[in-house]
Design a protein around this ligand. Structure first.
Ligand code: SF4
Ligand code: SF4
Ligand code: FES
Length: 363
């Protein structure tokens, strides 16, 4: 007869749940739902031995367990602390946890550049979300930010170390998904940086996944970098018959032009299936893909704004004619593109291997 895993009762922000022994507080909170789940900048459900680096997930344990109800003396990293039977945890309801998180965000931003207007991660950046929810309005830091030159990690990935928060997700992904350790964190303390020692190129067929796991814009896709803003793109679930990976991806369109291909992510913004470099970097034509449906986009995402009616369904343009015509149909419609090329780019912008300039547009 198989042994049953004992269930542990835990209360997080006043919400009760029973979970199997060995579940972490963060996992238990995620089982309850987004409203109580602490933010996690380094933990990644698909990876082993993950978390414990960023401290954004800290919570207050006001009761350790039924057996020993004393509170834990310090805030704990919820991604690394397993629940005990009868445990009571405060996340958003704990003033101590919220104040500590504000401090963590302040530290994460100490050396962080003000790159959002030009950063590819903007619009899907967890550090932006954290800064918005927990950040201070101004910095107290008076020293020069540390800076690094951008570094090429192989032919398709560029590292902007200035934006890295040293979460170790990419290091663990490279270790565990590609099966060979190709880069890591060099040095320690404020000298610590992600690097390929001796500029070693990262050319494993699955290495592109480090771009998807990076919570900030430190690892960028060179085939997409600076080409567009994510909120102008429409993500769709698509697949192809790929001999290397599952071929199940998210393809990001603007009009009928494919701008980027990424792995599909779940509600915690974590990759569902690792995808290969060929799918990610080389398949940039509509004909390469079998399109399934518009992707589910989370309700609070900037990408969702105005793109879809409901979470899935047809792409519905914002119909303004009837509104401005007070419900009447127009008698005549002219397509400005038939008579003017003012907005026509000379080439497909997604095919240019650099930021587009005014030269890429006709006069
Ligand atoms: S990583 Fe996020 S917070 Fe940092 S510059 Fe890019 S978008 Fe802004
Ligand atoms: S490059 Fe990105 S994924 Fe890697 S440690 Fe830095 S922030 Fe984390
Ligand atoms: S998510 Fe727990 S320490 Fe980073």
């Amino acid at each position: 007869m198989s042994e049953q895993t004992p269930l542990m009762k835990v209360t997080i922000d006043g919400q009760f749940i029973e979970v199997p022994a060995g579940t972490t507080i963060l996992q238990a909170a995620r089982m309850i739902g987004k409203e109580v789940a602490p933010p996690a900048m380094c933990y990644y459900g698909k990876l082993e031995d993950t978390g414990g680096n960023c401290r954004t997930c800290m919570v207050e344990v006001s009761k350790g367990s039924d057996a020993d109800p004393r509170p834990m003396p310090k805030l704990v990293a919820s991604c690394r602390t397993t629940v005990m039977d009868g445990m009571v945890v405060g996340n958003k309801t704990s003033e101590k946890a919220v104040t500590a998180r504000e401090g963590v965000v302040e530290f994460l931003l100490i050396n962080h550049p003000l790159d959002c207007p030009v950063c590819d991660q903007a619009g899907e950046c967890k550090l932006q979300d954290l800064g918005y929810e927990h950040g201070k309005e101004e910095t107290r830091y008076e020293f020069k930010r540390r800076t690094f030159a951008p570094e090429d990690l192989g032919p398709n990935i560029q590292l902007h170390m200035n934006r890295c928060i040293l979460c170790y997700r990419c290091v663990k992904t490279a270790d565990q998904v590609t099966g060979c350790r190709e880069h890591g964190v060099m040095h320690r303390g404020d000298h610590a940086e992600i690097s390929t020692y001796l500029e070693k190129s990262l050319d494993n067929e699955f290495i592109g996944n480090i771009i998807d796991v990076c919570p900030v814009g430190a690892l960028t896709d060179k085939t997409f970098r600076f080409k567009n803003r994510v909120w102008f793109l429409k993500p769709v679930d698509a697949h192809r018959d790929c001999p290397t990976c599952s071929g199940k991806t998210q393809v990001w369109f603007r009009g009928d032009e494919v701008f980027r291909v990424t792995a599909r992510k779940n509600e915690w913004n974590e990759v569902e299936d690792w995808i290969c470099n060929t799918c990610r970097f080389d398949k940039k034509e509509t004909k390469d893909w079998v399109i399934e449906q518009p992707s589910m986009v989370s309700r609070d995402s900037v990408i969702r704004q105005g793109h879809y009616a409901g979470q899935v369904g047809n792409v519905t343009p914002n119909e303004t004619f009837k509104r401005v015509m007070k419900g009447r149909d127009p008698k005549l419609l002219l397509n400005i593109h038939d008579i003017s090329e003012v907005n026509e780019p000379e080439k497909d912008l997604s095919k240019i291997n650099r930021p587009p300039t005014s030269q890429d547009y006709k006069d």
